[in-house]
Design a protein around this ligand. Structure first.
Ligand SMILES: Nc1ncnc2c1ncn2[C@@H]1O[C@H](COP(=O)(O)OP(=O)(O)OP(=O)(O)O)[C@@H](O)[C@H]1O
Ligand SMILES: Nc1ccn([C@@H]2O[C@H](COP(=O)(O)O)[C@@H](O)[C@H]2O)c(=O)n1
Length: 224
């Protein structure tokens, strides 16, 4: 089993971009678990399923042929033969993903999938990011981090990415998604043994260094 670095946090806190860069610098694998929930929402829609109907969402699981690599340099997400890497980031998918993520059967199915990917990892370590990694998916991981930032800063960073979308819409959507997701798992407070990295006052490189610092403190031999 590789060294697992578990990273949780709210929307726009920098989980995927920071985790990917940390993995790249340490020569580790990288697993974006949110991509699976997004891809399932995409798949359900593409199959004409009402994402508000939990039973229908569950019925789409057997045909959900999901693939994601763990090489941080070759990030790509597929459903069957379709490359959905870009499509799953559309605001439309962000707006509906919490509906599928709250379905218990979906969570059980995807958590098994994540654990399988982690067990198969060939890099010496893997950075796994999401909402319930430190608490449910890998509660025994040797390094567990809650990556956070103020809501205002998270909205500003996300708005800077989505230049064609009105900032008010982006902010409202991020708030709504956190509110819906927080009913399912607690990613706003650090569980026992989880180290908080607050990037509100840090730039991207400083945040990457702060996360590597937490890994170094917990596993000195893992980081030269
Ligand atoms: N410390 C930082 N300083 C400045 N920008 C940052 C910092 N951390 C992340 N960012 C930027 O903020 C944006 C959101 O980051 P990212 O997509 O990684 O967040 P996320 O937590 O994975 O979001 P989501 O959960 O919505 O997928 C990106 O544009 C990223 O480059
Ligand atoms: N461990 C996780 C990861 C994600 N989710 C759900 O997926 C959505 C998209 O995640 P991003 O990290 O890409 O923003 C997120 O809003 C959650 O609904 C989850 O439940 N558990």
């Amino acid at each position: 089993m590789p060294l697992v670095v578990a990273v949780d946090g709210p929307a726009g806190s920098g989980k995927s971009s920071v985790s990917k860069e940390v993995a790249r610098q340490l020569g580790y694998g990288f697993l974006d678990t949110g991509a699976a929930y997004r891809a399932l929402a995409w798949h359900a829609e593409a199959s004409g399923i009402d994402t508000d109907d939990a039973a229908s969402v569950v019925s789409s699981l057997p045909s959900f042929a999901y693939r994601i690599g763990t090489d941080p340099a070759g990030y790509a997400v597929h459903v069957g033969e379709v490359d959905v890497t870009t499509a799953i980031r559309e605001p439309h998918i962000s707006a509906i993903v919490s509906r599928v993520a709250k379905v218990p059967e979906v969570r059980t199915h995807l958590i098994e999938l994540f654990r399988g990917i982690m067990a198969d990892e060939r890099h010496p370590g893997i950075v796994v990011e999401g909402r319930d990694i430190t608490t449910v998916v890998a509660p025994d991981a040797p390094v567990r981090i809650l990556l956070t930032a103020s809501e205002e800063v998270r909205i500003a960073r996300r708005s800077a990415e989505l230049v064609d979308v009105p900032a008010e819409y982006t902010g409202e959507q991020l708030r709504r998604r956190d509110e819906a997701d927080a009913k399912v798992v607690d990613f706003m407070t650090a569980a026992d043994g989880v180290t908080t990295v607050d990037s509100t006052e840090l730039d991207f490189d400083q945040t990457v260094e702060a996360v590597i610092g937490v890994i170094r403190a917990a596993q000195p031999e893992a980081v030269r």
